[in-house]
Design a protein around this ligand. Structure first.
Ligand code: NAP
Length: 433
């Protein structure tokens, strides 16, 4: 039996699903949709620009797009240009690989002030996502506070802390690099409501802030426990011990007179963002840990800052009609309903690295194949007709390759590529303008 599949989203989880479907149901045809003209989702827009080598993961997925049975339909938004129902009616199965494209809120007063950004938007801004090209975050003061102590928070702090020279070889978007380098930052804060052992960061990422050219990292040794306690899996305990050793190293470092300080503050939860129309300060409450949870101590302090970035996790934002369960799409082993499935962060929440999505997508595809019945649905031809009737400008994989070649050709000296950040610029390039 062969079948026709639609994948919504061309990030890692979607591309792992394509590979699993082609292996599991040989001879099938797969159409991969993405909202923006360029494929690969988180690899292009989520991975930190100074982790440029990680973007090479896209090479394995690029090979998939070269296969005759796989089509890329970029610049097509499901929920706007086509409905989920239309996909379900025309393909044997539909897999949502839409990630977690919405910042979770803090739920504290002041969150709507100018100068408060979620990490999805902030990372999107410096990574050249068209949605955030005009974010223009406030960087006109001395301090920026980042909430959260996961790898995303570390990414944001590191990108703000690095010099132009340290950002050579990266593909940070020029508009963001210029804005960051023009800012007169003196103080970055990275706040965790729990302690160093509970931090979500990993040793490799933590070690990258050991030697920053213009930024000294401040860690209070009094906040570091002597050892990692608790009933933890051996591998996780090892990671935590390495984190703790690195934090000790940071705490013990001589702090040469560097212009920027990055204070990593544990046991501190945000309670209010202060300011008159725009962020002026962040009010925090000291916490203690009770049964693994952060509990307020009634002791407060404030830090002045011109902006606040929340790196506290994301939630899925599916097209209308897709059922949610908290911050993920409601599913059982990836099955949502009828011939609709989900993979990746939209299925299990925003955790893990790119390769974590391999087994996760294969698991959903296993369920999908078990349920698959030959239905003789028309597949891509009918969808192409609908898109043409609606005047949707589809960017195929050859179109993307043209965009990518132009991005490499226009890279500033010392950088591998300069992404196009506006969709009309990409379409104009394809039109030969
Ligand atoms: P994360 O590791 O879950 O960190 C989220 C942080 O936000 C935690 O410190 C959490 O504290 C905190 N938080 C949540 N709600 C909060 C609230 N209301 N107030 C204060 N703090 C709050 O997630 P992430 O940093 O967004 O990363 C997502 C995933 O991508 C992770 O698996 C991460 O490792 C991965 N990632 C990997 C890389 C890499 O490999 N280089 C880079 C970036 C991201 P609690 O723990 O107390 O809830």
């Amino acid at each position: 039996m062969t079948a026709r599949f639609a994948i919504v989203g061309s990030g890692p989880s979607g591309m792992y699903a394509v590979d699993a479907l082609l292996k599991g149901v040989p001879g099938s045809r797969v159409d991969v949709f993405d909202r923006v003209p360029t494929p690969f989702g988180l690899i292009r827009f989520g991975v930190a620009p100074d982790h440029y080598k990680t973007r090479n993961t896209a090479r394995q997925f690029a090979r998939t797009f070269e296969l005759d049975d796989v089509r890329y339909l970029g610049n097509v938004e499901i929920g706007r240009d086509l409905s989920i129902i239309e996909l379900q009616d025309n393909y044997d199965a539909v897999v949502l690989a839409i990630g977690s494209y919405h910042d979770r809120g803090l739920g504290i007063p002041g969150e709507d002030l100018a100068g408060v950004y979620g990490a999805c938007a902030y990372v999107g801004w410096y990574n050249g996502h068209p949605d955030y090209r005009e974010l223009d975050p406030l960087l006109d003061g001395a301090g920026v506070a980042v909430i959260g102590i996961g790898n995303v928070a570390l990414d944001v702090c590191r990108i703000l802390a690095k010099t132009r020279d340290e950002m050579r070889g990266t593909d940070i978007s020029a508009h963001a690099l210029d804005a960051i380098q023009a800012a007169a930052l003196e103080q970055l804060y990275m706040f965790g409501r729990r302690g160093p052992v509970e931090g979500g960061f990993t040793p490799k990422e933590l070690s990258e802030v050991l030697e920053l050219e213009r930024c000294a990292v401040i860690v209070d040794p009094g906040q570091l426990p002597d050892s990692v306690e608790g009933d933890l899996e051996t591998r996780i305990k090892g990671v935590k011990e390495k984190n703790l050793a690195l934090l000790r190293q940071l705490a013990a470092q001589d702090k040469p007179d560097k212009p920027i300080k990055m204070t990593v503050g544990f046991y501190a939860a945000p309670v209010e963002i202060l300011g008159d129309r725009r962020v002026e300060a962040l009010r925090m409450e000291r916490t203690r840990i009770v049964d693994g949870r952060a509990v307020g101590s009634g002791e407060f302090f404030e830090v002045p800052c011109c902006s606040v970035v929340t790196a506290i996790g994301y939630q899925a934002l599916p097209p209308d009609g897709v059922p949610m369960n908290g911050s993920v799409v409601a599913n059982q082993r990836g099955h949502v309903a009828d011939n609709l499935y989900v993979v990746g962060w939209a299925k299990r929440g925003p955790t893990g690295t790119i390769p974590t999505n391999g087994p996760d997508s294969r698991d959903t595809v296993e369920v999908l194949i078990d349920n698959l019945e030959s239905t003789g649905k028309p597949g891509g031809g009918a969808i192409d007709k609908l898109l043409a009737e609606r005047g949707v400008r589809v960017v195929d994989y050859a179109g993307y390759k043209k965009i990518s070649a132009a991005e490499i050709a226009r890279a500033p000296e010392g950088h591998p590529q300069e992404k196009f950040t506006r969709i009309d610029e990409m379409l104009a390039l394809l039109d030969g303008a």
